[in-house]
Design a protein. Sequence first.
Length: 364
Amino acid sequence: MMITTTIFPGRYVQGYDAIQLLGEEIERFGKRALLLVDPFVRQNLLASFLPAVESRVQAQVENFGGESSDEEIDRLATIGRSANMELVVGVGGGKTLDTAKAVAYALHVPVIVVPTIASTDAPCSALSVIYTPEGEFKRYLFLPTNPTVVLVDTRIVVEAPVRFLISGMGDALATVFEARSAQMKYAGNMTGRPGSMTAYALADLCYETLLTYGEQAAAACAEHVVTAAVEKIVEANTLLSGLGFESGGLAAAHAIHNGLTGLEATHHFFHGEKVAIGTLASLFLTGKEPEVIDEVYTFCETVGLPTTLAQIGLENVSDEDLMLVAEKATAEGETIYNELVPITPLTVFQALKAADIEGRRRQG
């Protein structure tokens, strides 16, 4: 018999002006909180929610130094330890949240994360990405638990440029294809064990939500308006995709993303934009039906995700460089081996070429 494992954040709170509930959520776990904020939050948002927090708990606000590095984590953990903090709260972008999670782990206290954008599915995960102080990738820090609370204020999310929300849809788009491949291969998820039927069902719901509400949500977010479609897409990008990737499993799309990061021309593009290209390539790699390929391309075109290599900075990419992408995507230990088809650098190279050809064909 097979043992499955599925992991979740402790609480997920989402809605318009939800940040006003932050003090109430903190109070469940303690009275002294280390509040980590990035410069944008300090300048534009802090004054709008700090009074509500301080009416309930004692909060010590600390600026995030800019990199989720061991040095920054140690600095903040030292502050938290000396002030006898009972929990850590991170408000900001991905690196701020990763740092908050790592600091809480170092202090053995709960963590609350408050993402200010909905551009990836990372907030819900039991994972921090650690960089050097110069911003180069260093390692993954796998945490024993998911965040205690994930709180998403959609009023804040829609104030960000719509490209962030669209990028989040690109990240979420991969979820169902990767989770279903991992399921069929009996591959492990982020815990190393296969996921439960719950994880795969949530991956399906994530995809259905994107197809149904993605276009409407992008249009509303571009005008900084919170609608029912925006609420659904923020939840799909953050919670459904987070549960789907972490408990369902990863496969080709994220491995190809990792390969694409090897080319400097792609560095200016968002994670989810490169994952979208990885997803399109994975459709050809795994021989998906024309109807599925058409559905995914139509979605990307409709919401504004890239469908050609040129749209992620690789307009005149050489075959040699594209083969380097394929080789990096097929490195030992990569998640691409969770696919059912035989994997070689050549098959990935051809899939990338095929995805680009189809994208350009559709553009006319």
